[in-house]
Design a protein around this ligand. Structure first.
Ligand code: NAP
Length: 275
């Protein structure tokens, strides 16, 4: 039996176990997906221990993604190195570190037939998700503007992303006037029914993707739909980062429908039994 898992803290409400185990069941793979919560200072020991135990692959989440990128035990690929965060470790041979959030965001857009190459994209948020999404969109050929509450973080991120510009949140309505794509990569909309973008700035020529997946229907997405925009909820990016990790680990095409059904089933169950 192969063991895969997730390193993070906390991880008790993670959606990755049902999503990956649905894939194993569908493809008849003898594997389990387990969550681990090491102490923050024990990350290196946890990675070394996982390798020694023969664990096949680990996802990495908050607060370990950046530290995993610095780990002396992990050979980090170019995409993860540029983002500065590892969310997937493959233990086949020398452990390798990858970031599937960027590709996950691109595949979520592709699933909805949203063209990225040549698109004018506005990413709101410059934290971990914002970094991965901004790099992914730029690599996909988009013209990227990053806006963040703390404008200096947007400037720093824009300095790293080819061709990108960095702004404070006050610039968002103007940036959206000529934009094709808006991505919310802040946590705004999770705890309260608020949106990081004024409803009046949204319009029908936009595709709007939210990284927030709890709740699935955020205020931003409701207001975007009302403005005539195409909307893509946060579960799509979550699904495709998992699909990318599964394919990297197993070398097999992921059963996307089964993983999506498991993920959305768990999200629905959680929304009727709040965490
Ligand atoms: P993070 O690194 O902590 O960054 C948080 C971001 O939200 C920063 O840009 C922060 O701005 C901004 N922010 C927080 N509170 C705000 C407020 N009240 N007003 C305006 N901006 C605010 O978090 P993260 O890891 O990037 O995650 C961000 C969101 O994406 C979370 O909801 C997370 O669950 C989600 N996410 C989803 C996926 C997916 O696959 N769907 C993957 C990763 C993350 P400052 O810099 O000014 O603090």
């Amino acid at each position: 039996m192969q063991v895969y898992g997730l390193l993070g803290n906390p991880v008790s409400h993670s959606l990755s176990p049902p999503m990956h185990e649905a894939a194993y069941e569908t493809l008849d793979i003898d594997a389990r997906y387990v969550t681990f919560e090491p102490d923050p200072e024990a990350l290196e020991a946890a990675i070394g221990g996982a390798d020694a135990l023969g664990i096949a692959g680990l996802n990495v989440t908050v607060p370990f993604k950046e530290a995993a990128c610095e780990s002396s035990l992990v050979a980090v690929d170019d995409v993860a190195a540029r983002i500065g965060a590892v969310n997937t470790i493959d233990f086949a041979g020398t452990p390798t570190g990858h970031n599937t959030d960027a590709a996950g965001a691109l595949r979520a857009l592709d699933e909805h037939d949203i063209a990225v190459s040549g698109a004018r994209a506005v990413v709101v948020g410059a934290g971990g998700a914002g970094r991965a999404i901004a790099f992914g969109l730029a690599d996909g050929g988009a013209d990227v503007a990053v806006a963040n509450r703390t404008a200096s973080r947007a400037h720093d991120l824009a300095d790293d992303v080819p061709g990108a510009g960095g702004y404070g949140l006050e610039a968002v309505p103007t940036l959206l006037e000529g934009a094709d794509l808006l991505v919310n990569a802040t946590s705004v909309g999770m705890e309260e029914d608020v949106s990081p973008v004024a409803a009046e700035a949204l319009h029908g020529d936009l595709a709007v993707m939210d990284a927030v997946y709890r709740p699935l229907e955020t205020r931003l997405l409701r207001e975007a739909a009302a403005s005539g925009a195409t909307t893509i909820d946060g579960a799509w990016m979550l699904l495709y980062q998992g699909v990318e990790a599964f394919e990297l680990w197993t070398g097999r095409e992921a059963p996307v429908e089964a993983m999506n059904a498991a993920l959305r089933g768990r999200l629905r169950a959680d929304s009727t039994n709040p965490l």
